[in-house]
Design a protein around this ligand. Structure first.
Ligand code: NOJ
Length: 765
């Protein structure tokens, strides 16, 4: 029994999350329900319509439904193209102009439906991952790692809801988002696409992003979501994209899978497969991943799409099979329902070769008709859920009404993500300061604040999305008498040292906006976490001048190591998107007290990787005789984030404090009195952590069980009650290579909150 007797005691602060939960705005347990049990595969119940279509379709039509091509491949004669290939899906925008896109897709739909013997429309998919980032004028939201830093999954849902409206208004039905890959290794170029290294936090975010995309409109889902990349993609052994991952089952099950499970439980219509190999088997060929785990254990009933040319990759990258035909056989048999085959340039893997191979494999009996029918059923059921049989078309007029909206939301998310890493009192700067120097490579650079996947795979080109840069933001909030001086520097070049030195000496405050340029996928792989030399030089210069200076980082990962020694104050701004500069200015000049917390560990360098908060103990290596450089102590720990005010904790309670193992799916109340003991108002995120003290197998050093957020005025105090998920502690019991079912192991768990070292015990019996 959960004791609620103290629910109303002394609560004077506000909590958006609690309000949302109380009013039903957030599903409390759906995201993680069933976490402990392996759900048996449910009987798929396709509608009459889908069943009839599958019964009537020719093999050519069925193979068509299992094919996804790029819209740019449709040539001058769309009718002939559609008659020939009957593609079940098109991908990638034909244009960045929202209105034109809606019109183009409507026209393509006309041709496709006319060519399809059963009038089945295609489903149009696109990577809209932080807003509808393919469209001119679209509002760009922070990338997922920044959303993770807010610890507020409501934001994930709201940004996805807006994106979903823009998708459907522009003729697109499906986004290849959200990423459910857990953050493990910041060398990996896709780190920023994930929400967190913690399975609880990532799961909550993924589930809400799915719900946002798949909002209901006119009785159907307005867009389909994809949880990707199933699974184990984010821990390549060398940190390089699409290189082998070696993951123990216990880690895979406990750490990697929960965000996928959460997205699936939230209703995700589709899952995209990991392009890499896991423990020696390419995910695209793994029946264990795609059947046993995805279907039988996680209960996924939707459609499985491959990633980009991954049958070809089985031959050319993984050296797993000798030819693409064999890869098609393995992949379709393992459970892939739709193949993404969009690049015309790969001769051995075109839409032609794929469809021919598949036909031959079916005709020779190497792939069963049952498997084909199963795949086509999944594709058609997906289209039905989106209402495409009723109306696949866009109303182009809506495109201009919706695209470019939700700026206020983009500002709120960016602001709540800002994470104060370090501060000796330098920040906040006074908006009435005489002269402020704004310098660094990203002070006025739109591309750098957006990151990859923004009007281009590798980030923005010539056309820029709407954006407030830090320079704009700072000019907008300082006093009329403040002079704002801008002295840009390069990401990799610092050839204006003299000018920067002079400007810094003449200024009263300096904001240096540092970090990374945009990148995506393998182009973002790195082997050092240090900032480029040029930026370190810049910071050294500022340090030697001595004017109060603060660093702001736009980066897709924890980037910067020893540079913090020379920065008296630093803010992690992630990749904040359109409103990033306004959020930065408000935090740096004190309109807002920062409340973001790192959703990942900030390692002190690549030498100590992997360094994540949920590894097994011991926490520190190399104490005693070993030189301090070999310690595992990170630059900033998971959950770190300072404020301009001070929050103190008292009276931690865990209720109930004893729980039978059989009740581990219930939540417990972890409550603590939080007081704003500083002298200004502020928001504060209160994570609840747990760690099992000892037991049959080691327990991760910390795991998040829940979180709440309060806004408190100076002197104000409130009792915060977090409904904490005990099932998050479930692990795979047994010896080194055990594959047993998840269990919350009996034992004593130390429960703590925030940075407070006080612990209370939860006993699971
Ligand atoms: C390859 C990427 O791995 C995947 O995340 C993306 O959705 C597809 N390309 C489509 O662009």
């Amino acid at each position: 029994m959960v004791d609620n007797t103290f629910q109303d005691e002394g609560r004077t602060g506000t909590s958006r999350r609690r309000f949302m939960e109380a009013t039903g705005g957030i599903g409390l347990s759906a995201a993680l329900s069933g976490y402990l049990s392996d759900e048996p595969r449910r009987e798929k119940r396709p509608s009459e319509r889908v069943r009839a279509l599958v019964g009537e379709m020719s093999l050519q039509e069925k193979i068509g439904q299992m094919t996804q091509v790029a819209a740019y491949e449709v040539d001058d004669d769309p009718k002939a193209f559609f008659e020939r290939y009957q593609p079940g899906s098109l991908m990638y925008a034909t244009t960045a102009d929202p209105l034109q896109l809606a019109e183009d897709i409507n026209e393509l739909l006309d041709a496709a439906i006319e060519a399809q013997p059963h009038d089945v429309p295609f489903v149009f998919g696109i990577d809209a991952v932080h807003g509808n980032n393919n469209l001119d004028g679209a509002t760009i939201f922070p990338h997922n790692h920044g959303v993770g830093a807010t610890w507020n999954e409501e934001y994930a849902r709201r940004m996805a809801e807006h994106t979903s409206k823009t998708l459907r208004a522009t003729g697109t039905h499906w986004t290849f988002s959200p990423v459910a890959d857990i953050q493990r290794d910041p060398r990996w170029g896709r780190f920023y696409e994930g929400f967190s290294e913690d399975p609880y936090l990532a799961s909550r975010m993924v589930a809400e992003k799915v719900r946002g995309y798949e909002r209901t409109e006119n009785g159907y889902k307005s867009a389909g979501a994809t949880v990707k990349h199933f699974a184990g993609y984010s821990e390549p052994r060398h940190g390089d994209d699409r290189t082998p991952a070696l993951i123990p089952y216990r880690t895979f099950r406990h750490t990697h899978l929960p965000p996928f499970h959460a997205g699936i439980s939230a209703g995700a219509e589709t899952v995209m497969v990991n392009s890499g190999s896991v423990n020696g088997v390419p995910a695209h060929a793994s029946e264990e991943l795609l059947q046993t785990i995805l279907r039988d254990t996680l209960g996924f009933e939707g459609m499985v799409v491959s990633d980009w040319h991954d049958f070809y990759r089985m031959v050319e990258v993984h050296e797993y099979v000798a030819d693409v035909k064999d890869a098609v056989r393995l992949g379709i048999d393992a459970g892939i329902d739709m193949y993404m085959v969009p690049a015309a340039g790969i001769e051995s893997d075109t839409v032609d070769t794929y469809q021919r191979h598949l036909r031959n494999l079916v005709e020779s009996g190497e792939i069963s008709m049952d498997r084909i029918d199963d795949a086509v059923t999944n594709v058609l059921a997906f289209k039905e859920a989106l209402g495409l049989f009723e109306n696949p078309y866009a109303d182009p007029q809506r495109a201009s009404e919706i695209v470019g909206g939700a700026r206020e939301l983009a500002y709120e998310i960016a602001t709540d993500s800002m994470t104060l890493l370090k501060n000796d009192g330098t920040l906040p700067f006074d908006p009435k300061v005489g002269t402020v120097l704004v310098t660094g490579p990203s002070a006025d650079d739109v591309a750098n604040m957006m990151g990859g996947w923004t009007l281009g795979w590798q980030g923005v080109g010539e056309t820029l999305p709407p954006a407030v840069t830090p320079l704009d933001g700072i000019k907008g909030i300082v006093s009329d008498s403040t002079e704002v001086v801008h002295e840009p520097t390069g990401l990799y070049t610092f050839d204006n040292e003299a000018a920067v030195r002079k400007a810094a000496s003449d200024a009263d405050a300096v904001v240096a906006v540092l970090g990374e340029g945009p990148y995506a996928e393998e182009h973002g792989d790195i082997d050092t976490l240090g900032l480029p030399d040029a930026q370190r030089e810049l910071v050294r210069t500022l340090d030697s001048v001595g004017t109060p200076h603060a660093g702001v980082l736009f980066a897709g990962r924890p980037r910067g190591t020893r540079v913090f020694d020379r920065l008296p104050a630093a803010v992690m701004a992630y990749l904040p998107g359109t409103m990033g500069g306004a959020a930065v200015a408000d935090v740096v000049f004190g309109n807002v007290s920062p409340s973001g917390r790192l959703p990942f560990t900030w390692p002190a360098g690549t030498g100590q990787l992997l360094n994540v908060h949920n590894l097994y103990p011991p926490e520190l290596f190399g104490t005693g005789e070993t030189p301090p450089t070999s310690t595992q102590e990170p630059t900033f720990p998971f959950g770190h984030g300072l404020s301009y005010t001070e929050f103190t904790y008292a009276d931690l309670r865990v209720e109930p404090s004893t729980l039978p193992e059989a009740s581990a799916n219930e939540r417990i109340n972890v409550s603590v009195r939080v007081t704003n003991s500083g002298d200004r108002s502020g928001d504060h995120v209160i994570p609840v952590y747990a760690h099992r003290r000892h037991g049959a197998i080691a327990s991760p050093m910390t795991e998040v069980l829940g979180v709440d957020r309060v806004s408190l005025d100076p002197g104000e105090s409130t009792r915060v009650i977090v409904k904490a998920s005990v099932n998050q502690l479930a692990t795979v019991p047994g010896d080194v290579f055990s594959k047993s079912k998840l269990r919350v192991l009996p034992g004593d768990y130390a429960i703590s909150v925030g940075e407070w070292d006080e612990e209370q015990t939860l006993t699971v019996r």
